[in-house]
Design a protein around this ligand. Structure first.
Ligand code: ADP
Ligand code: MG
Ligand code: ZN
Length: 477
């Protein structure tokens, strides 16, 4: 049977506010356990929550970025469940009226085509603490309890694990461009649950979905979905679909490379949601609207602009704008006078290759954009050859040294001085009288031989264009 894959994603983005969602405790990561707590985030009776305006603003910015509806009045609900890392016994979230609804996000394929994925909603909620288990004990750290999260829920619009990854990367990039989250997947500030079902091709019904949790990298999203699709297809084909594909939450195990059942899927009724009586409605007034009206230039807009302004290809532009760090790096290069074409070559090819090898991103690049711009200008002003510049770049990756000092140290300065090059030419011609005669008798192919000999005599440092020009003068003049 031919199947179609149906995927909807729920992404939890930790907003990078200084303080928590409903109290003034700091949100810093990695502090001594239970340091960043107070009666409110410990859920002590009588303590009252006060919403964090910055978190609300950041949610609105996301709403603008995905061209969604911002609800002018929304409110918070209590989602009740029991777990040791949830001291109040409920999570503050939003159910019927989220702050953001009905948005969309465009994903781009490598061949240049694109697809729009619907974003159902984005709502504000709080994170829980962390249970820590070791041999002797289980302990609870509540430093993270009460940290603001924005949960962004997509429509079940994706049809392959590739599309799911493209969607996630786009969303990741957008929250980083907006500066509303550091979106560090390893530290858990950008977490994803994938809802997966399959259906016979041509059928437009939604079949039972399985929710996959514990996915903390783009690579694992792909893996987890592919494994789950495989499992569901086998269940269909073996005729055990009804028994094996039940609505449940499954855990992805990246070591064993499998998904396994964690618990039956709860319905929202299981949580006994009700409006939080401690909190007033959030009203987005004109002042707040004004404050959140302008958002930074987003990846798609940057991409279009780079293609137009700097005449680079669509593909190159999408690689550069995929992450905010590389986009800013590119902008510094071109502002320093590097052409779009050279910026792509030296950044996306040469530097990127070296950074990948070193396992570094642009934000940690040992070679700054300013330095790379200087290096490129040394090629343009013919101080060094293209080839020599690659050697200089290698040194710049290793040591914190200025471009000109590196050129000097490596002895790569091109000889462009006419006198010096004539000197070399004369040496070569004197050493090869037979070939000179043959050339003069009409064997013009030998010109390349002379160029090669002069370059060799200069140990590669002669400016090849100059060598060609002066050699012609000598031989033909
Ligand atoms: P819950 O909190 O119960 O998981 P949400 O509404 O938060 O519910 O999330 C539901 C997610 O599952 C959405 O991303 C939605 O697109 C997706 N989804 C719903 N039905 C299916 C289905 N049959 N197959 C795949 N994904 C689905
Ligand atoms: Mg869910
Ligand atoms: Zn607190």
């Amino acid at each position: 049977m031919d199947f179609e894959v149906v995927i909807g994603l729920e992404v939890h983005v930790q907003l990078n506010t200084k303080s928590k969602m409903f109290c003034s405790c700091p949100t810093s990561f990695g502090d001594e356990p239970n340091r960043n707590t107070c009666p409110t985030c410990l859920g002590l009776p009588g303590a009252l929550p006060v919403p964090n305006k910055e978190a609300i603003k950041k949610a609105i910015m996301l709403g603008h970025a995905i061209e969604a509806i911002i609800n002018e009045r929304c409110f918070f609900d209590r989602k009740n469940y029991f777990y040791p890392d949830l001291p109040s016994g409920y999570q503050i979230s939003q159910l019927p009226v989220p702050i953001v609804e009905h948005g969309s996000l465009e994903i781009d394929y490598e061949d240049g085509s694109s697809k729009v994925v619907g974003v159902t909603r984005a709502h504000l909620e709080v994170d829980a603490g962390k249970n820590i288990h070791d041999k002797e004990s289980s302990r609870v750290d509540l430093n993270r309890a009460g940290t603001p999260l924005l949960e962004i829920v997509s429509e079940p619009d994706m049809r392959s694990s590739d599309e799911a990854v493209l969607y996630l990367k786009k969303l990741h990039s957008i929250v980083r461009y907006l500066g509303i989250s550091d979106a560090n997947m390893q530290e858990g500030s950008f977490r994803c649950d994938a809802n997966v079902s399959i259906r016979p091709k041509g059928d437009d019904k939604l079949y039972t979905r399985v929710e996959l949790k514990n996915i903390n990298s783009f690579k694992f999203v792909q893996k987890a979905i592919d494994l789950e699709v495989q499992r569901q297809m086998e269940a269909w084909e073996d005729g055990v679909y009804k028994e094996d594909v039940v609505q449940e939450t499954r855990l992805f195990d990246s070591v064993k490379n499998e998904t396994r059942s964690m618990r039956g899927k709860e319905e929202s009724a299981d949580y006994r949601y009700f409006p939080d009586p401690d909190l007033l409605d959030v009203v987005i007034d004109d002042k707040l609207k004004k404050e959140t009206q302008t958002i930074p230039e987003l990846p798609d807009a940057k991409k279009k602009r780079y293609v137009q302004e700097y005449k680079i290809s669509n593909y190159d532009a999408s690689v550069i704008t995929a992450e905010i760090e590389s986009a800013l790096f590119f902008e510094t290069l071109v502002e320093a006078g590097v052409s779009g074409k050279n910026a792509v070559t030296w950044m996306s090819v040469e530097l990127q290759g070296r950074l990948n090898k070193a396992g570094l991103g642009y934000e940690k690049s040992p070679v700054s954009a300013e330095k790379l711009a200087t290096l490129v200008s040394r090629i343009e002003d013919k101080t060094i050859s293209n080839k020599a510049a690659k050697e200089v770049l290698d040194l710049l990756m290793e040591e914190s040294v200025e471009v000109d000092d590196a050129i000097e140290r490596l002895g790569l300065k091109q000889v462009s001085d006419d006198g010096a090059i004539f000197g070399l030419i004369d040496e070569v011609l004197e050493a090869n009288p037979d070939n000179v005669q043959r050339y003069k008798d009409g064997q013009e192919k030998l010109f390349g031989f002379f160029v090669g000999q002069v370059m060799k005599a200069s140990k590669g440092s002669a400016n090849p264009a100059k060598v060609n020009q002066l050699l012609k003068e000598r031989l033909n003049g």
